[in-house]
Design a binder for this molecule. Structure first.
Ligand code: ARG
Length: 459
């Protein structure tokens, strides 16, 4: 089929080359943005007197009929078209005759595709942000439900100090709050309009770029036409925000996977979010968490691919940039699915109070508090640290725990030890006395929960 751009060449492209060049099989998903962008463009052309007012109205009507026909399925995409932009213009011209050919006045596919892409990503970003907020609310609710369960806190995956499960969960809520914020920040730079930059240098027509930008919900316009058509920072920023979000989900997944193991048994996932094994009847596998962890690699890959595509491109548009879309669409689909599944998995997750407490009782995680007990009675921290370490070594030798040592054993190391030591090293005291801002005491966890809820309420 002869191309719309036939002129300089006869437009008869080799079949393979044509197929290779075509992007309609993936950019058709931007049809709504493409048509709305064209409607705003037609309105601007009419308002500026570049075409007749009545012509603009008929173009808009024609475009709106294409939009509803595509949405209802009455009109199918022509997969032999070069891309979504050419397809819409082709149908418009079929429907309106020569008038359809006026739409592309003072415009190029270069600014058109940049416009469509920004609009599509803006919508996807808003949806992903809403899903992230939902997940953050779910995690916060879980933290509230399990606010005061004692569990071991870890460093180097070695039991370190006792913490509350609510505190641990709120760490993830804080990460998600930053993700929500990062997406909003990314949207701010994304939401400027490239339409009117035309092919690369602007145009000789008296266009009104602000009129189009405002009609399409943008906060401003790209101020340099070369930059407007060749900038893909907004896609890269979104991919990096999504990569960080996935990194958070992946770390959370990793912990859930550990917590589900027989070695930990801190949590139990709902049957509806686990799978069985085809051979081992005892298995209940945390596949959802593993998949989220696995899919994180894909999203990082999408970011790396676009960074690499962009790195050597001279200004302004180059066809390489057609490669910008599939990776971003893949990341959007992946993150959307992961957020939805993760939300359901966390919402139905049950904590095992006894196992968490039992794990906290082993491993001398109150040894810091034992040292602090002496420090509060005037001993320098380093000296107290040594005595506490010596007592731990004694317990290990004698196969016992600090709480079980007789007072005499404590006093043999320091006269400062009194009966009150037992209260000081009880796990509940260890947790409850960590009252510093952001610490693990129940009061602090409750404060964090309030903070998260407030943030989530403020858009
Ligand atoms: N399908 C192209 C893309 O996705 C549209 C822009 C084409 N522009 C051009 N000068 N060939 O990037």
């Amino acid at each position: 089929m002869a191309k719309m751009w036939a002129g300089r060449t006869d437009g008869a492209v080799n079949v393979l080359a044509d197929d290779f060049n075509s992007s309609i099989h993936f950019d058709s998903r931007m049809f709504e943005e493409d048509i709305k962008g064209s409607m705003a463009h037609a309105a601007m052309l009419g308002a500026q007197g570049i075409i007749e007012k009545d012509e603009a109205d008929r173009l808009i009507e024609g475009l709106s009929s294409i939009l509803s026909d595509l949405s209802s399925g009455a009109l199918a995409f022509d997969m032999t078209a070069e891309d979504i932009h050419m397809f819409v213009e082709q149908v418009l011209t079929e429907r309106l005759g020569d008038l359809g050919k006026k739409l592309h006045t003072a415009r190029s596919r270069n600014d058109q595709v940049a416009l469509d892409f920004r609009m599509y990503l803006r919508r996807a970003l808003d949806e992903i942000r809403a899903l992230t907020k939902k997940l953050c609310a779910t995690v916060t609710e879980k933290a509230e439900e399990y606010a005061d369960l004692i569990m071991p806190g870890y460093t180097h995956l070695q039991r370190a100090q006792p913490i509350l499960f609510g505190h641990h969960l709120m760490a993830y809520a804080m990460m998600l709050l930053r993700d929500i914020d990062r997406l909003a920040d990314c949207r701010r730079r994304m939401n400027v309009s490239p339409i009117g930059c035309c092919a690369l240098a602007g145009t000789t027509y008296r266009t009104d770029r602000y009129f189009e930008a405002e009609k399409l919900g943008f906060d401003g316009i790209c101020l340099n036409s070369l930059d407007g058509v060749s900038d893909r920072d907004f896609a890269l920023e979104m991919l990096s925000a999504l990569s960080v979000l996935m990194m958070h989900l992946s770390r959370f997944s990793e912990e859930i996977i550990l917590w589900c193991s027989w070695e930990f048994k801190f949590v139990e996932l709902s049957d509806s979010f686990t799978t069985g094994s085809s051979i081992m009847p005892q298995k209940k596998n945390p596949d959802m968490a593993e998949l989220v962890r696995g899919k994180t690699g894909r999203v990082y890959g999408d970011l790396m691919a676009l960074l690499t595509t962009m790195k050597g491109l001279p200004l302004a548009y180059n066809k390489d940039m057609q490669e910008d879309k599939e990776g971003v669409f893949d990341a959007i689909d992946t993150v959307t699915m992961c957020l939805k599944v993760f939300d359901g998995m966390v919402a139905t997750m049950k904590a095992n109070k006894e196992n968490m407490l039992r794990a906290a009782q082993k491993g001398f995680i109150n040894a810091t508090d034992l040292a602090d007990y002496l420090v509060k009675k005037g001993m320098p921290f380093r000296t107290a640290y040594k005595i506490s370490g010596g007592l731990v070594a004694k317990c290990i030798r004698e196969n016992t725990v600090l709480e079980e040592l007789p007072l005499g054993a404590f006093r043999a190391e320091s006269e400062l030890f009194e009966e009150s030591v037992y209260e000081a090293i009880s796990l509940r005291t260890c947790v409850e006395t960590r009252i510093s801002e952001g610490g693990t005491s129940l009061a602090s966890v409750k404060k964090q929960i309030e903070y998260a809820k407030n943030c989530l309420q403020m858009n």
